[in-house]
Write a new protein. Structure first.
Length: 71
């Protein structure tokens, strides 16, 4: 470690700032599982509100979850 380098902070495992920023920017993979609690129209709403899908695409994904168990 050179004079200009700070020691790694506890809990970071020695990751550099750029490593942390790249990890934050990494794309998410979200799996939605079918369950007996959430109604179909609520799942469609969540796909639209949180993930930005159009209503037809959100409905298609909701039906995939319902029929196949996940999407």
């Amino acid at each position: 470690m050179g004079a200009s380098e700070a020691p790694p902070r506890p809990g970071t495992g020695g990751l550099q700032q750029t490593d942390l920023l790249e990890a934050i920017d990494a794309p998410w993979v979200t799996i939605v599982w079918d369950d007996p609690v959430n109604l179909m129209n609520y799942v469609t709403f969540v796909f639209q509100k949180l993930f930005g899908y159009s209503e037809p695409q959100a409905t298609k994904l909701m039906l995939q979850v319902h029929n196949e168990g996940k999407a």
